[in-house]
Ligand binder design. Structure first.
Ligand code: GLV
Ligand code: MN
Ligand code: MN
Length: 408
């Protein structure tokens, strides 16, 4: 029999969390391992302890809050996401998955349900990768995709390392960050795109995710005076960057379903009357087909070389992360679909355009995801929004999926 979560309580909990690290336009700024992120994590831990959970933290700062089952020997059903946000992020991306899982535990408590397998809520460290690349960091180390020692050395733009921040903020736990057997992992998330809203559908049954490549491009020219250097004498990396970025759009447009983004661009020394000596920019490319994605990456690399030869520039082209396409576990997908069906919520299958911790966990444990609509399809912006009704439906589907896997 289906039971329902307390959607009103979950909405209130989301709004309480959103008070920490407020943005300038109603969203949030809780960059990974910043003081704001730590405050959010502390509040989560307080709530999880109040719900009767036992908490442990691993050496990547991932937090696990456990509700025991009838059989403590059984592998737990895991559910969660992340509390860190983009620099100008929303109130739901990631947060819904963590607090949705907390609502599952609270609802199980309300209904006096003892599951057979334990249920664990997880807060993964640094999903966004906005401060410390790569994204999906804590879940990536957990799944054995990244080496912890390598990840510890990664730096934010100020040169602070992941290990320094884990230590400074007291998030470096004692439990080794490594995979342990999991019965199933479920993650509730806003869609971050327009499909569900456009189709007036409550639930997205996520079948997989597209692949992505993150690239750092450095162009080196010759810094010089903006007034005295005739155009033919210049080696201007900013002119090179603008040509590459324009070409990038042509490459992307020649492959249907491809997307490409330049999210950061920095010139050195960044002065109005100096030709820059160097330019740095990032490129994020994505496609649901891995072969096409790697072809786009190669085309981009070729363009960078061609433009640099023409402009007299040197370059460094570094793929800093490559995330393969993902197919979620068929049993978990079927459980999510069945839960939405039994609850009477409209639903459709959907492929995720974004990366998620679930994509990493999927490599080592049976995994499924649940999407709910978001306003105008907006995310990674403070305008990100959804409704209490969508949140409530998503929590109901999560609760029933977790119960189906944990045995209730
Ligand atoms: C995670 O937010 C991503 O970049 O898809
Ligand atoms: Mn997210
Ligand atoms: Mn995100």
């Amino acid at each position: 029999m289906e039971i329902k979560a307390n959607g009103k309580r979950l909405w209130h909990t989301l709004m309480e969390m959103a008070k920490i690290g407020p943005g300038e336009r109603g969203g949030n700024r809780r960059l990974a391992l910043s003081d704001e992120d730590i405050e959010g994590r502390a509040l989560f831990q307080k709530w999880a302890a109040e719900a009767g959970c036992t908490i442990r933290q691993d050496t990547m700062g991932n937090i696990f809050a456990r509700r025991d089952g009838k059989n403590p020997e059984k592998s737990p059903v895991l559910s969660g996401s992340h509390l860190d946000t983009q620099p100008a992020g929303g109130r739901f991306d990631g947060i819904l998955g963590v607090l949705g899982a907390l609502e599952v535990v609270r609802s199980l408590n309300d209904h006096g349900i003892e599951t057979v397998s334990p249920v664990e809520i997880v807060v993964w460290t640094n999903e966004e990768g906005a401060r410390f690349p790569p994204s999906m960091m804590g879940s990536g180390v957990f799944a054995g995709i990244f080496e912890q020692d390598e990840i510890y050395k990664n730096q934010d733009p100020e040169g602070i390392t992941v290990e320094d921040e884990l230590r400074r903020t007291g998030q470096l736990g004692v439990v080794p960050c490594k995979f342990f057997p999991i019965k199933a992992y479920y993650e509730l998330h806003i869609e971050q795109g327009p499909v569900l809203e456009n189709e007036n559908t409550s639930i997205g049954v996520v079948t997989g995710g597209q692949g992505s490549v993150w690239t750092h491009i450095n162009l080196y020219g010759q810094g010089a005076h903006a007034g005295t250097t005739p155009m033919d004498y210049r080696k201007d990396p900013m002119m090179g960057a603008s040509r590459i970025i324009t070409e990038l759009r042509e490459i992307i447009r020649s492959h249907s379903a491809a997307v490409g983004t330049v999210g950061r661009l920095e010139t050195y020394p960044a002065s109005i009357n100096s030709i820059p000596g160097s330019v740095f920019f990032t490129v994020d490319t994505r496609h649901p087909n891995e072969k096409v994605l790697m072809k786009i990456n190669q085309d981009l690399k070729n363009i960078v070389n061609t433009v640099c030869s023409a402009e007299g520039l040197e370059n460094e082209f570094t793929n800093i992360s490559i995330n393969p396409t993902v197919e979620f576990n068929q049993d978990c997908v079927a459980i999510v679909r069945q839960s939405a069906n039994s609850l009477g919520y409209s639903h459709r299958d959907i492929v995720s355009g974004a990366g998620h911790d679930a994509c990493q966990v999927n490599q080592v444990a049976p995994t499924g995801m649940i999407f709910i609509p978001c306003e105008g399809g907006l995310s990674h912006d403070e305008a990100e929004n959804t409704t209490p009704e969508h949140v409530s439906a998503g929590a109901d589907v999560l609760l029933n999926s977790v119960m189906a896997s944990a045995g209730a």
